[in-house]
Design a binder for this molecule. Structure first.
Ligand SMILES: Nc1ncnc2c1ncn2[C@@H]1O[C@H](COP(=O)(O)OP(=O)(O)OP(=O)(O)O)[C@@H](O)[C@H]1O
Length: 248
């Protein structure tokens, strides 16, 4: 589903003509199958966010190729990337990135508006999603009127509203308390089992890495041998049992 082929990336910083080159990623090869939940770990500055930004097309690699769903995305134009993102990706961030002047309902609705979905269908889908994350009562609230955990749930609903095959998450539990973290991990597990949603999750959190199917580690911009998670009880955190994984 996601193939990262020999990707290297460097940033150039400083004034034109006097740039300093910062190599960040070196010859990354990675393959993620549909329905996998993969944790990306590594020390601060190892290149995790850069890798996710390359996969989501927000930056272009210095060299190498990325294929998603059989399509070579590194060749897409900016306009094509915008459509591709709407069709393929949901995004979850540590900082939620909600629009403060929009209600919870409007924030979740936004991707549907961008996709040109009609009003009635939008309403139905947003209500469904807010209900799924337990926030039906808060549809009319602005982000500033919600707790951190509630804001994260709004951002999760927004990430999922278009039913994306892939969710890219950058420290999604980073600002959550343990109960909200448990609920988010349970939801990720449900979606993965029910819909085969693929998750790529950058994390420093052992709880997240423990429920992923496997963990890949970046070290100084290089991928360390991928590790298959053999000890985890995927998506049953605290539930005391192993729920079988459905993987295609
Ligand atoms: N736009 C940019 N311009 C210049 N350098 C950058 C840019 N973005 C990232 N870097 C550098 O690339 C390196 C890797 O950054 P990146 O954010 O990918 O690391 P990370 O593993 O996600 O770190 P963290 O866990 O702290 O978020 C760092 O040295 C960072 O300073």
């Amino acid at each position: 589903m996601i193939e990262v082929n020999n990707i290297s990336h460097q940033f150039a910083i400083g004034k034109k003509g006097k740039e300093r080159i910062i190599p960040v990623l070196h010859s990354i090869d990675m393959r993620v199958e549909q329905g996998e939940v993969v944790a990306i770990v590594g020390r601060s500055g190892s290149g995790k966010s850069t890798l996710l930004n390359l996969i989501s097309g927000y930056i272009r690699p210095t060299s190498g190729e990325i294929r998603i769903g059989g399509q070579t995305v590194t060749k897409l134009s900016e306009g094509e990337w915008a459509d591709f993102r709407l069709a393929f990706f949901g995004f979850m961030f540590q900082s939620f990135q909600l629009i403060p002047s929009m209600t919870a309902f409007e924030n979740v609705e936004l991707p549907l508006v961008l996709k040109g979905v009609g009003l009635e269908q939008r309403k139905k889908r947003v209500i469904e999603l807010l209900d799924r994350v337990g926030l039906s009562e808060c549809a009319g609230h602005y982000p500033g009127e919600l707790s951190g955990g509630q804001q994260q749930r709004v951002s999760v609903a927004r990430a999922l509203v278009l039913n994306p095959p892939i969710v890219l998450a950058d420290e999604p539990t980073g600002s959550l308390d343990s109960e909200n973290e448990r609920q988010l991990l349970a939801l990720i597990g449900e979606l993965n089992r029910e819909q085969g949603t693929t998750f790529l999750i950058i994390t420093h959190d052992d709880q997240v890495a423990a429920v992923a199917h496997r963990t890949v580690m970046l070290q100084d911009g290089r991928l360390v041998q991928p590790q298959r998670n053999v000890t985890a009880e995927p998506f049953a955190p605290g539930a005391g049992g192993v729920i079988p994984l459905v993987r295609s």
